[in-house]
Design a protein around this ligand. Structure first.
Ligand code: COA
Length: 337
């Protein structure tokens, strides 16, 4: 029997650069309230959202991803040819196959990098970072581009009171590569399929198209969410996951500088920070107030903003945690590039 070679990669992996693309259009609460019989005051009080970014027709999933990636590559000091794997986390690329990652890898000018999409909803970016870290350390890739991108407005029912004011569009990207010291801590991730229906696409594509016995709805399947149980789950269960990610990385609360939770809702962010007993000193991402909840893009967008505004500095220790449909979640500690 042949003995296969068993190569290994770098001793450690780290985030080398982060980039972002925010759609041009800023949509205030005033623009969404009429269709859902709501008010600016109600939305701000329940979610902390004042404005959100909604993409215009030219701001496609591919276009936003490429723009965010070019910035991440430049900040990492790398050319696209040095990327050998592209992982795209998204639930709103509406072509079922092929993966948008292949088109993005090509447009960026990679040398035929491995490219694929992952579907883990709002937690997809943190799943991607975990995979990229393992790829680099196992030798499957040297530099991995991880993108979180959504155009949720394509699958949003603007008359749905539970979702229309929450969700948004955008793209964030991070380059993961080799390092002499650990820059990405162990992931804590999981899923709770018992709550599969809490956030979901309303119907599957066959129900839209129909069949000879049952006519299809002919209506685009939209996102639906049971806000209340999602709120309770996220506020109480996710703090424990965040603490586990700190423990697994060997980082104490006193050593934590930055907290970048999924930008779902300001009340969830505050509840998590309280439950985790984060010291006042820890700087907390609050991008949701003017970006809205952009699902897979939310963590990299929030992290990039904190870096750009000097709230997260190179070498800082940051806890990333994301959660959403599935229900799925993933968290890890990273060193800010
Ligand atoms: N505008 C105004 N009033 C609204 C409303 C809206 N958009 N949606 C619901 N209401 C009303 C309801 O009719 C109800 O009125 P009543 O008390 O007179 O019957 C009241 O507000 C409470 O409704 P409820 O559905 O229980 O709201 P809630 O307190 O759960 O708040 C969310 C709704 C969506 C803000 C909240 O559940 C939430 O933030 N969930 C988590 C969502 C999230 O972050 N998801 C992302 C995870 S990835």
């Amino acid at each position: 029997m042949a003995t296969l070679t068993n190569p290994t990669g770098a001793p450690h992996a780290t985030v080398l650069g982060v980039g972002a693309y925010r759609p041009r259009r800023i949509v205030p609460n005033a623009e969404v309230v009429d269709a859902i019989d709501s008010s600016d005051e109600w939305i701000q009080q329940r979610s902390g959202i004042k404005t959100r970014r909604w993409a215009e027709p030219d701001e496609t999933v591919q276009m936003m991803s490429v723009e965010a990636s070019r910035i991440a590559l430049e900040r990492a000091g790398l050319d696209a040819q040095q990327i050998d794997c592209v992982v795209v986390a998204t639930v709103s690329h509406l072509l079922q196959t092929p993966a948008v990652a292949a088109a993005i890898a090509h447009e960026l000018g990679t040398e035929q990098a491995a490219a694929f999409d992952i579907s883990a909803a709002c937690s997809g970016f943190c799943h991607g970072i975990a995979m990229a870290s393992d790829f680099v350390r196992a030798g499957s890739a040297r530099h991995v581009l991880v993108i979180g991108v959504e155009r949720l407005t394509d699958i949003l029912d603007l008359t749905d009171r539970g979702t229309a004011f929450i969700f948004a569009d955008g793209a964030g990207a991070a380059v993961v590569g080799p390092s002499d010291t650990p820059g990405i801590g162990p992931v804590v991730w999981g899923s709770d399929g018992e709550q599969f229906d809490l956030i979901r696409q309303r119907e599957d594509w066959r129900d839209v198209v129909g069949n000879p016995e049952t006519p299809g709805s002919g209506v685009m399947p939209h996102l639906t969410m049971q806000g209340n149980p999602v709120f309770r789950w996220a506020s109480f269960s996710m703090a424990k996951i965040g603490q586990q990610a700190l423990d697994r990385a060997g980082v104490s609360l006193d050593e934590l500088d930055v907290f970048v939770p999924h930008q779902a809702n300001m009340r969830i962010i505050d509840a998590m920070a309280r439950a985790m007993k984060l010291p006042e000193r820890v700087r907390i991402a609050r991008d949701v107030a003017d970006q809205g909840n952009s699902s897979a893009a939310s963590v990299p967008l929030a992290l990039e903003r904190m870096i750009a505004e000097g709230e997260a500095r190179s070498g800082d220790t940051a806890l990333l945690i994301a959660f959403g449909a599935g229900l799925s979640y993933a968290a890890q500690v990273v060193v800010v590039p």
